[in-house]
Design a protein around this ligand. Structure first.
Ligand SMILES: Cc1cc2nc3c(=O)[nH]c(=O)nc-3n(C[C@H](O)[C@H](O)[C@H](O)COP(=O)(O)OP(=O)(O)OC[C@H]3O[C@@H](n4cnc5c(N)ncnc54)[C@H](O)[C@@H]3O)c2cc1C
Length: 408
């Protein structure tokens, strides 16, 4: 029988230390500058590409770690460095994983290399699902994809919003409605190749936090892509739509949306990002509390401060354990019977918001200025309870899973 251990193995420790080194030496020192500039930190992405952290190989290695801890470990360390820069580095991965999980071998081989480019000419990719009227309610999506059989082309029309790397990406992955009668089951994903006419960037958002990460609208006006750009291929889509129509006709039990299972597996990665930001702020606060003297003693000598730090550390460790459990469940193929993936994202993101706010408080006036990084970390942390499903949506998913109600 395999021995139970909660220790990382030697290989994992080495990878973690290597990523931590990059986060400490390259990402953290650049964080304040790119936050102020509110621009994509291309030179940092290039550095990451040169050392091998910005590449499909890197993510594939972490993704296929049999313990499931590769991805959360990498996310925690990169986001410990800085959330905005780290999102610029891993944002492409979100689009790439979509292709890796659902694409044909040919699509994977053709498009993923173009998402990353080369260390001398780095590129980024974007995953475009959200729309102005379809955020939490993905079923309200309006972007339409219509098949032009004569030309074997798909024609996309609509407006996407909040797309990380939207408009500056070399490759865009766009989710669109192919059968409006089937709700979310009538959606399909399309690869929009570089330079495709009709795709343009709309508004670029000026944000509260993660300001080094580019977020923008993507406008699609009669965007024509070849049939080969439908992710997974037409045959697979037709089979899936036929099954969904059959279920709808039978009026039977709603088939559990496969996308939901994917979300359960991907949400812990966002939880790990939140753990990284929370840990970074906690460390700054701990150091500060040990060295800042008031009333003749370090402020950590006051129980009011020390207890806050004790709670912060306890909650960060608890969040990491939830993230690791869900990540292990995903690779072990365990069913998420209590929506453990959503649970980990919900808890870790709420912890990050709370812990970074406490860190600002512990640093007093200094915490409120840009001279210290906790001010930025607090702004950055607010994203975790919003993207990849808000905290309310995570609670909804958990509650419906527990009660056995259909999720959507
Ligand atoms: C910086 C950033 C980057 C992003 N990157 C991407 C990306 O790369 N690709 C992409 O497709 N999307 C991306 N998003 C979009 C993100 O996933 C959405 O913002 C998120 O899903 C919430 O949608 P919404 O903003 O429309 O809010 P809404 O859905 O309008 O929600 C507003 C509020 O109502 C609450 N609410 C909604 N429905 C319910 C309910 N049934 N019960 C209780 N409360 C509810 C929500 O929790 C929230 O508090 C990004 C967003 C941001 C801010």
């Amino acid at each position: 029988m395999a021995e139970f251990t909660m220790e990382l193995n030697e290989d994992q420790r080495q990878v973690r230390d290597w990523i931590h080194g990059f986060a400490a030496d390259v990402i953290r020192p650049a964080a304040a500058e790119w936050d102020e500039r509110e621009e994509t930190p291309w030179p940092v992405i290039q550095e990451a590409a040169k050392v091998g952290i910005y590449s499909l190989d890197f993510y594939a290695q972490q993704f296929f770690d049999p313990t499931g801890l590769g991805v959360p470990m990498a996310m925690e360390e990169l986001f410990w460095g800085d959330a905005g820069i780290a999102l610029s580095i891993v944002g492409t991965g979100l689009a790439a994983i979509g292709v890796l999980a659902n694409g044909t071998e040919e699509q994977i081989g053709t498009w993923i290399p173009q998402m990353y480019g080369t260390p001398d000419d780095v590129k980024v990719a974007a995953f475009c699902s959200s729309e102005p009227d379809a955020g939490s309610d993905v079923g309200s999506m309006r972007t339409r994809a219509v098949y032009d059989q004569a030309k074997d082309e798909w024609v996309l029309n609509g407006t996407k919003t909040w797309a990380t790397n939207g408009g500056i990406a070399n490759v865009h992955i766009v989710v669109a409605v192919v059968d409006p009668g089937l709700g979310t089951k009538g959606h399909a994903s399309f690869i929009v190749p570089p330079g495709t006419p009709g795709l343009s960037q709309g508004q670029k958002f000026k944000k509260h936090g993660i300001r080094a990460s580019h977020t923008a609208e993507v406008v699609l006006e009669d965007v024509r892509v070849p049939g080969s750009c439908l992710l997974g291929g037409k045959e697979k889509l037709d089979e899936r739509l036929a099954r969904a129509r059959e279920t709808a006709r039978a009026g039977g039990e709603r088939v559990k949306n496969a996308a939901m299972a994917t979300f359960e597996a991907s949400r812990p990665a966002v939880g790990a990002m939140a753990v990284g930001t929370a840990r970074a702020a906690y460390e700054v606060a701990l150091d500060y509390a040990k060295t800042r003297t008031q009333f003749g003693r370090p402020i950590i000598d006051n129980q009011g401060v020390a207890f806050q730090l004790a709670d912060m550390r306890t909650q960060i460790d608890a969040a990491r354990l939830l993230v690791w459990r869900a990540s292990w469940m995903a690779v072990a193929g365990r069913p998420f019977t209590a929506a453990e993936g959503s649970m980990s994202k919900l808890y870790a993101s709420e912890v990050a918001k709370k812990v970074t706010a406490q860190a600002v408080q512990i640093l007093g006036g200094n915490g409120y200025t840009r001279e210290y990084p906790v001010e930025r970390m607090h702004r950055d942390a607010a994203i975790y309870t919003i993207f990849e499903g808000t905290s309310e949506i995570q609670r909804l998913v958990i509650a419906r899973t527990l009660s056995g109600m259909p999720i959507r």
